[in-house]
Design a protein around this ligand. Structure first.
Ligand code: ZN
Length: 70
């Protein structure tokens, strides 16, 4: 499935959209989002300024939005 990410970085104010094909066929977009947040070994960063987006769950949810395309 394809996931579309929208990142609104609170640090530098940039707006980034990108999509990725993932193979978590049985996971919903919400589950993927949660998995990405929980995976603190792999910090999710703003592609522009490299500011970490998933320091806290609230930070993540306010800056990153994920939608799924089948
Ligand atoms: Zn940024």
């Amino acid at each position: 499935m394809k996931l579309n990410y929208t990142i609104d970085c609170r640090h530098c104010g940039s707006h980034t959209e990108y999509s990725a094909t993932v193979y978590y066929r049985t996971l919903s977009a919400e589950e993927v989002e949660r998995k990405m947040h929980i995976d603190t070994e792999c910090a999710m960063r703003c592609p522009v300024c490299r500011y970490r987006l998933n320091t806290t769950e609230a930070d993540f949810r306010s800056q990153v939005h994920i939608t799924r395309e089948a």
